[in-house]
Design a protein around this ligand. Structure first.
Ligand code: SOE
Length: 402
């Protein structure tokens, strides 16, 4: 509507407005959880339409769920959600909610995700998909039956350097893949007085470092190399008792792994080692991957996520060596949406890439895979983790179900 003349609107004098912005198609978002992952996902919904413009649809922050009203009301105000719920079933039934994003603790991944699918809502759920293989299988079957888009939020698939690594591997640049080596190391629970939080409780988390960090590198192993056929693993819990969050004078038993190390065999003949730990002093969020092929090597380090180290045996002998590629050119995945080369991006941007992919697949009816992880990928990851825990318990190689 052209408004050329100045006019009074109520008590507000309107200046010479050139025109009103045409609305962009929206998609209603219902977010479960408002803490760490809730914040990362809310930020992604807010930023996506600005940087992936025009967006496939503009996320409308319809509703957010949290158990305690005071906290979730504050989160709704902070992130800009229109409504808040303390009953996740009511949020799922809200007609304005078209997609449900599950950022709750792991034991609350299955029930709401299944109900969301059964109510025809597209669903993205944080990793690990579930606490057991049975739960993950039920989530996958429900989402498939409902014919909704379903995604497991393995965000590291959306690092530009990981996208470049996948391109080099898939085009044969480093030849036949022989070995995959990945570590994901943190240090945050080395203090024996650190309390027994939900990530350290099997009934809520399902597993410890294996589920929280190991799930990421297991998914990247499948994404970059292929299916895992068998595993031989060891786990350890270094601190067996911890103060209870609700009463530090009391202690609780730690029933999940603090660290795991696993050998793996891939179906395509490659071999590998994966390990994750929360007891590596000095390692903050250190995820390093090395992939060795017959013609070369690719290395990635999450703490330097804008870079990829590449070595090719095809280079002339006098200049054969690792080159460090700064993955910030517009030829690299997602970079065209950000800043000029060398201006680098960060951890939060992987969630923006992931949420764009999810909404693009919903609006334009595209398949989530192979770039994005579906609930099937979440289920396969759960099966591999289950085999690793079985192997660690029985002290032998365990096959991963076909
Ligand atoms: C904590 O270990 C954590 O936030 C994980 O839960 C995330 O998945 C990982 O990306 C960073 O570390």
């Amino acid at each position: 509507m052209e408004m050329s003349e100045e006019k009074e609107v109520g008590f507000v004098r309107m200046g010479k407005v050139a025109g009103e912005v045409k609305e962009i198609k929206e998609i209603g978002v219902g977010l479960l959880g408002y803490a760490f992952m809730g914040k990362a996902h809310a930020n992604a919904y807010i930023k996506m339409p600005i940087f992936f413009y025009p967006p496939p649809a503009k996320p409308r922050l319809v509703a957010i769920f949290g158990r305690t009203e005071k906290a979730v009301a504050e989160a709704a105000r902070r992130y800009g959600f229109e409504k808040y719920y303390t009953d996740w079933r009511a949020l799922i039934k809200d007609g304005m909610v078209e997609l449900v994003d599950n950022g709750l603790p792991n034991n609350m991944h299955a029930p709401p995700s299944i109900e969301a699918a059964e109510n025809g809502k597209h669903i993205i759920c944080e990793k690990p998909l579930a606490t057991t293989v049975e739960e993950a299988e039920e989530m996958y079957r429900a989402a498939e039956r409902a014919r909704v888009k379903h995604m497991t939020a393995f965000n590291y698939r959306f690092v530009p350097a990981i996208g470049l690594a996948k391109k080099l591997i898939d085009e044969g640049y480093i030849g036949k893949i022989l070995q995959f080596r990945a570590v994901y190391l943190q240090e945050w629970i080395m203090d024996p007085n650190f309390p027994l939080v939900w990530r350290l409780r099997k009934d809520i988390a399902g597993a410890g470092a294996l589920g929280d960090l190991g799930s990421h590198i297991i998914d990247l192993a499948r994404f970059l190399i292929g299916e895992v056929s068998s595993v031989c693993s060891v786990t350890e819990t270094f601190i067996k008792e911890r103060p209870l969050p609700e009463d530090p004078a009391k202690k609780g038993h730690v029933d999940v792994d603090d660290a795991f190390i696993s050998l793996v065999r891939f179906k395509n003949g490659a071999i590998g080692s994966l390990e994750a730990s929360r007891f590596c002093a000095g390692r903050k969020n250190y995820q390093r991957i090395e992939i060795h092929g017959t013609e070369g090597t690719v290395c990635f380090n999450l703490e330097r996520l804008n870079e990829l180290e590449v070595y090719s045996r095809r280079d002339p002998a006098d200049r054969m060596g690792f080159k460090n590629i700064l993955v910030t050119e517009t030829v690299h995945p997602y970079i065209e949406h950000w800043w000029p080369h060398g201006h680098i991006i960060g951890w939060e941007h992987t969630f923006i890439h992931e949420i764009h992919h999810f909404i693009d697949c919903i609006v334009n009816d595209k398949p989530i895979g192979p770039i994005g992880a579906t609930f099937y990928d979440g289920l396969k990851c759960q099966e591999i983790m289950d085999a690793m825990l079985k192997s660690a318990k029985e002290g032998k190689w365990v096959n991963v179900p076909e």
